[in-house]
Design a protein around this ligand. Structure first.
Ligand code: GDP
Ligand code: GDP
Length: 454
């Protein structure tokens, strides 16, 4: 719906002056089923419906705001595994790697009733190099009797294991004290380049040309780098040098080795797409320009929109597009892609190579928007002018006053608007359009939360 990017939110992280307080991030990592989600719920002190009993089902990386002893921080539950066990060690190791790049404290969870598995050891190998503080949690220690078994976890080389029962709350308070003690007083600044090469997901329905494009891109410049200092690249990812910089195409294994199985293929394809988008910073959505836009295209588009990632739309198979088709396509774009007028569009042919070089500038400018931060001064100067010229429509005979705006976060840019009354959807869209024009947010979603102050 057109309301998807808008919500009336209660922003815990905003102080009484409406300024956003950047909080430190605690990442929870570990293999599936050790109890990460249960632990997150315990830390949040509420029962959020994130625990699933289906092993290995992909969950998104979700960030929650939490507090303990008066201190606020965010908790990130890392999900996004592949259902097949073969790539699991790498997938979990890559999650740990990502946490090292972004989090302020890493909590690695192990199932004490099982002991250290090969996958736990793979994670530990990564985390032993970590400069970010790591806390080892021995979960499922539901009774004192089980505590003895945690001793064997010293072998992971991550220091003292903290016995916890996420399900029953045992040891949770002590663990939170330990987490707080290791949280830095100021959260780390995440810059665009800190995590190494920018991560791109190539997505789209089957046969749209994803693997053809990947081959074209990989073949266009001879250097396929296999290691970049400071990063461990998941073996399912691929590093490709384009336009003078290195790009990490995530989860390309499925594009390289095509698995075509009948049953459940669609389901796994969509899990895989979700995981790829989650692991990326920007998605290239391929659409077959020679055919009508389908439901399946729009489903993948929705996944990208929900993820908050930057987006470039590539209309592929342009070599098959004639005048008539072009005319039809324009109409389809107006009708079907009205939700993403901001996305950059490129018409390419993965087969002939037509215009594929235009993807790089589109990716670069979209990521620039995705990373952009507008400071509070210019933002409010702009807001005052726009509102003076176009005041919000009356509601119930009263005119809501928009008081103040601030950019709460980047990636994607998220704004908070304070007003004295509800702002109609049409007016909010108008403000978003103007905001995009003024500060040039092309290629990235922009989120605006309205906070009503009576
Ligand atoms: P995740 O995949 O790591 O997020 O694990 P979940 O939080 O989904 O938990 C996996 C399973 O372990 C679920 O069935 C939980 O109910 C169970 N579980 C989680 N924490 C505990 C615990 O402290 N004790 C026991 N006995 N079971 C737990
Ligand atoms: P994927 O399933 O999305 O990875 O799609 P593929 O890369 O396997 O392509 C599916 C089919 O479309 C193959 O037969 C390709 O040769 C063909 N194809 C891909 N890109 C183009 C293109 O730009 N033009 C034309 N005419 N065919 C293409």
């Amino acid at each position: 719906s057109d309301e998807s990017d808008w919500e009336i939110g209660d922003f815990d992280a905003l102080d009484e002056f409406g300024e956003f307080e950047r909080v430190s991030e605690v990442a929870i990592v570990g293999r599936p089923n050790v109890g990460k989600s249960t632990l997150v719920n315990r830390i949040l002190g509420r029962r959020e419906a994130v625990v699933e009993d289906i092993p290995g089902v992909t969950r998104d990386r979700v960030s929650y705001s939490a507090s303990w002893s008066g201190r606020r921080f965010s908790v990130v539950d890392t999900g996004g595994w592949e259902p097949d066990a073969k790539g699991l060690q790498q997938a979990v190791a890559a999650q740990a790697e990502r946490a090292m790049n972004t989090a302020d404290v890493i909590v690695v969870v192990v199932d004490a009733t099982v002991g250290a598995t090969a996958t736990d050891e793979a994670v530990a190998r990564v985390l032993r190099r970590s400069k970010t503080p790591v806390i080892l949690v021995a979960n499922k220690v539901d009774s004192e009797r089980l505590e003895a078994e945690t001793a064997s976890l010293w072998s992971l080389g991550l220091g003292e294991p903290y016995p916890v029962s996420a399900a029953h709350g045992r040891g949770a308070g002590d663990l939170l004290d330990v987490i707080l003690a290791k949280l830095p007083t100021t959260p780390r600044e995440v810059s665009g380049q800190l995590g190494g090469p920018r991560r791109v997901a190539l997505v789209g329905k089957p046969n749209v040309g994803k693997s053809s494009l990947l081959n074209k891109l990989a073949g266009s410049e001879r250097s396929v780098v296999d290691n970049v200092a400071g990063t461990t690249v998941d073996p399912v990812d691929e590093l490709i040098e384009l336009g003078g910089s290195t790009w990490q195409f995530v989860d390309t294994a499925g594009l390289r080795r095509k698995v075509r199985t009948a049953s459940g293929h669609e389901y796994y394809a969509s899990l895989r797409t979700r995981a790829a988008i989650d692991a990326a910073e920007i998605a290239i959505l391929l659409i077959d320009a020679s055919q009508p836009i389908t439901e399946q295209d729009l489903r993948v588009l929705s996944m990208v929109i929900e993820s908050g990632r930057a987006l470039v739309i590539a209309f592929n198979k342009w070599d098959l597009v004639d005048e008539d088709r072009r005319y039809q396509l324009d109409k389809e774009i107006d009708r079907e892609l009205a939700r993403v007028p901001w996305a950059r569009r490129v018409n390419i042919s993965a087969m002939t190579g037509r215009a594929v070089q235009k993807l790089v500038p589109a990716l670069e400018s979209s990521l620039e928007s995705w990373d952009k931060r507008v400071s509070t001064g210019p933002l409010n100067t702009w807001l005052k002018e726009v509102i003076a010229a176009n005041p919000p429509p009356l509601r119930g005979g009263r005119q809501p006053r928009v008081l103040f705006a601030t950019q709460a976060s980047v990636r994607p840019p998220t704004f908070v608007l304070f007003s004295t009354g509800f702002l109609e959807a049409g007016y909010r869209r108008f403000l978003e359009r103007r905001l995009r024009e003024q500060f040039e947010f092309d290629g990235s979603p922009v989120r605006i939360n309205v906070r009503v102050r009576e």
